[in-house]
Ligand binder design. Structure first.
Ligand code: PMP
Ligand code: GLN
Length: 382
């Protein structure tokens, strides 16, 4: 066989594939890969089905169907007060992953540095490397759940092309505030750093907080890209439908790449989602309460002095620190837990560049209450 230089040396299957496969093989509760246990609304399925029957089975326009673009623009205006041009500033993509990839390939040039905050979502680093860029990883203060402002100021330079943020954060659940964004704007102003803001959990923020989008920050929006995912918002992770939003100049540049990455996104689903959002104008507004009650149910049911954590502020992930007393990587412990206690979670070390043992684990609470109870019982008895 012809030998070749791997473009992504040392990269194997993603932790989400690995843990879900293990959970299935072990017949364990799967609290690892982030996806809801429940179905999307029946009406949404019917609308997609109707779109197929009505002939939406061929290529959609490259940026997306006008109906969905306008619906997203309307939502952005009503929910976040973001005024976006539906035709020129929003692009529908096959999930947030493709939006992230297209954005990074379009805006990062060889030798550019891109700051990534660890723990970081697994697709960021490889996408930067494939663009020829250099990921610069900065760790959050995990014990105190604090953003590493000082280190960011030290590491940012004229070489820094972009900073990738995740808010609400996966896996920590932290949410960027307006003050945080304003602080970021000050730090990045000198170098005009692009802010890529991954906001796929934007509609899941708890305890009365309100999501703040990068596009709502006057001093950042002209050099920012926001990414969202209908997979999270509509309980349809398997449909792979998302969008990116940015000003006309950035959007035009990103679309140049996107047209050769996917060209366009599933047509019937775009129509079905647009009709569903029109018929249910308050859908997103109910999601935070829905997930907050799941978080509370799960978190409050766990009674175990060896387990520590603070309730997640956003996303459908809860971090728990398990003081298990072994010197063993988080990954190894998560595998053991899946095999011996029949519950799968995501170890934190795999989200951090040097993979230190942290004893922190991520649990996805997008589950039915009886599944949450079973999981809480297992965790309480560890
Ligand atoms: N960003 C973050 C932070 C995520 O957690 C995920 C995973 N769901 C994605 C991006 C990818 O989203 P999608 O499934 O829409 O590609
Ligand atoms: N975003 C999901 C998570 O964090 C998983 C996505 C995937 O499986 N690639 O669990």
């Amino acid at each position: 066989m012809q030998s070749f230089n791997s473009k992504l040396q040392n990269i194997g299957d993603s932790i989400f594939s690995v843990m879900s496969q293990l959970a299935n093989g072990q017949k364990a509760l799967n609290f690892s890969q982030g996806f809801p246990e429940f179905n999307p609304p029946q009406q949404l399925i019917e609308f997609v089905n109707r779109a197929m029957v009505n002939g939406f089975n061929q290529y959609a326009p490259m940026p997306g169907y006008k109906k969905l673009l306008e619906s997203v623009a309307e939502k952005e205006r009503i929910i976040h007060n973001n005024n976006l041009d539906a035709d020129m500033e929003i692009t529908i993509t096959p999930g947030a992953t493709a939006a992230l990839f297209a954005t990074i390939q379009a805006l990062v040039n060889p030798h550019d540095e891109v700051i990534v905050l660890d723990p970081s979502y697994d697709s960021y680093d490889p996408a930067i490397r494939l663009a020829g860029g250099r990921p610069v990883h900065i760790p959050y203060d995990i014990q105190n759940l604090e953003f590493p402002w000082e280190e960011l100021e030290l590491k940012i330079s004229a070489k820094t092309k972009m900073i990738i943020l995740t808010t609400p954060h996966n896996p920590l659940g932290l949410c960027f505030t307006r003050e945080d964004f304003e602080c970021l704007a000050k730090i990045t102003e000198k170098y005009q750093t692009i802010i890529l803001s991954d906001e796929v959990y934007e509609h899941m923020v708890f305890d009365g907080k309100k999501h703040v989008s990068v596009l709502g920050i006057e001093s950042l929006k002209y050099r920012a890209v926001k990414i969202s995912s209908f997979g999270k918002t509509l309980h349809t992770t398997g449909w792979k439908l998302g969008y990116l939003a940015a000003n006309k100049i950035l959007t035009a540049e990103i679309r140049k790449i996107y047209q050769f990455l996917a060209f366009s996104t599933n047509s019937a689903m775009q129509i079905g989602v647009a009709e569903f959002l029109d018929a249910n104008p308050n859908w997103e507004l109910g999601l935070s309460d829905f997930y907050q009650s799941k978080r509370d149910y799960f978190f409050n049911k766990i009674q175990n002095p060896k387990i520590k954590g603070t309730p997640s502020s956003g996303s459908y992930f809860q971090m728990l620190k398990i003081d298990h007393g072994f010197e063993m990587s988080d990954y190894k412990f998560a595998v053991e837990l899946t095999k011996s206690r029949k519950i799968a979670c995501i170890p934190l070390d795999v989200f951090i560049q040097d993979q230190p043992q942290t004893n922190w684990f991520r649990f996805c609470f997008a589950k039915n209450d009886d599944t949450l109870k079973q999981a809480a019982d297992i965790i309480s008895n560890l």
